[in-house]
Write a protein that binds this ligand. Structure first.
Ligand SMILES: Cc1cc2nc3c(=O)[nH]c(=O)nc-3n(C[C@H](O)[C@H](O)[C@H](O)COP(=O)(O)O)c2cc1C
Length: 208
């Protein structure tokens, strides 16, 4: 059995391009693998809190000093880390918001990337603790990141860096661009997405 964690980010539910593309990925994966288990983490349906003082205190203190109350502060973080640990592969479907990840996805990252839990602090820098696994990032943007007048991409480089921090190196990205440039452009974006998905054989690592 393969377990895949899908982190769905777009707040637009039914009208979201990134969610539509993710569904395409999930349908193709279900065809390719009969015993695929999906853990669905929907950040729009169930928004996550931003780190507050109590969480930060509990997160940074040595485990041996933690009280019951400190552990309760970390319970949601433990649930999210548990979902990631249980997953053989990960699909993240997300909009681009102001050149990078939406704040809802940043909240997930802040709960998952935790010192002495998913990475260790060493004199030579941070060392990831999690086993490597495949991550596919499906991102939708109103404008373009390739070609003429391209925007600077702070989303994929950032996500690669974040996942590497916790030990996950196999991160691939695929974009739906120009979603905000009319209905025809949006259809082209989904077509282009499907073709690139097949050409780069991005599904195989998710069920390998
Ligand atoms: C707050 C906000 C910020 C955005 N920032 C960008 C941006 O920096 N670059 C871009 O190309 N599109 C940007 N967009 C457009 C979205 O990326 C685009 O509508 C995309 O299709 C949203 O994903 P979804 O269809 O899955 O919801 C932004 C949209 C919102 C609401």
């Amino acid at each position: 059995m393969t377990t895949l964690l899908h982190v769905a980010v777009s707040p637009r539910e039914g009208r979201s391009h990134s969610r539509r593309a993710a569904q395409l990925v999930l349908d193709q994966l279900a065809e390719a693998s009969a015993d695929l288990r999906i853990i669905e983490r929907d950040l729009a349906a169930t928004p996550l809190p931003h780190p507050d003082a109590a969480f930060v205190e509990a997160s940074l203190m040595p485990d041996a000093d933690r009280t019951h109350a400190h552990r309760a502060e970390l319970a949601l973080s433990e649930t999210l880390i548990g979902e990631l640990e249980a997953a053989d592969s990960v699909l993240i479907s997300t909009p681009v918001h102001n050149y990078t990840v939406p704040s809802t996805l940043k909240a997930w990252i802040d709960l998952v990337v935790r010192p002495e839990r998913t990475f260790r602090r060493t004199p030579t820098g941070k060392v990831g603790v999690l086993a490597d696994r495949s991550v596919l990032v499906v991102s939708a943007s109103g404008g373009n990141f390739d070609g003429a007048h391209a925007q600077t991409d702070f989303l994929m480089p950032y996500l690669r860096y974040v996942f590497a921090t916790v030990g996950i190196q196999q991160v691939e990205g695929i974009r739906l661009q120009n979603t905000a440039r009319g209905a025809e452009s949006a259809v082209q974006a989904l077509d282009g997405f499907s073709q690139e998905l097949a050409a780069r054989m991005l599904l195989m690592p998710l069920v390998a």
